[in-house]
Design a binder for this molecule. Structure first.
Ligand SMILES: [Fe+2]
Ligand SMILES: [Fe+2]
Length: 160
């Protein structure tokens, strides 16, 4: 997990996390912070083991840690935070010693993490999508009613 630890210590990564923290200070809906990223990483890792998908843990953790960082900039550059996250992640992954093929693979999963066509696919994109949704405890959330997630996305009971 050396390269994953490099991401956590990466200055750009920390800068985007801080920007997100400031931006979401008064947010009433789910936040996009390190606890969310780690929840997604660990749930994805569990799914990986359960389904024997044999995805490298470093790729899972890298994708999970980076998948929402674009929310810090999405309003400015692009309405799709997934695409912005991928754009910002490229340099971070390169700075953290991931190889080109790995970078493309991880960026692809980040770009697709909000694409419901991947909700049943047992590859990095699909597992990231599923883990991201499962990470939210809608069943205990005060904002369950106003939340824009449709019923199909909401976790109305604990599943994993
Ligand atoms: Fe997202
Ligand atoms: Fe997310």
């Amino acid at each position: 997990m050396d390269r994953v630890n490099k991401i956590i210590k990466n200055r750009d990564y920390q800068k985007y996390l801080n920007e997100l923290k400031k931006m979401e200070k008064n947010r009433k809906f789910c936040r996009h912070n390190l606890p969310h990223f780690l929840d997604v990483a660990r749930i994805a890792s569990i799914i990986n083991l359960k389904t024997n998908a044999q995805i490298d843990d470093e790729h899972i953790y890298a994708a999970a840690l980076l998948h929402d960082i674009g929310r810090a900039k999405a309003d400015v550059y692009d309405p799709s935070h997934a695409a912005v996250s991928a754009k910002l992640s490229e340099k971070i992954l390169r700075d953290c010693c991931f190889f080109e093929l790995e970078i493309n693979y991880i960026l692809d999963a980040i770009i697709r993490h909000d694409d419901k066509n991947f909700n049943n696919v047992k590859n990095l994109s699909g597992i990231l999508y599923i883990a991201d949704k499962l990470s939210r405890p809608c069943y205990m959330c005060d904002m369950k009613e106003p939340c824009f997630w449709n019923l199909e996305k909401k976790n109305l009971e604990l599943k994993i």
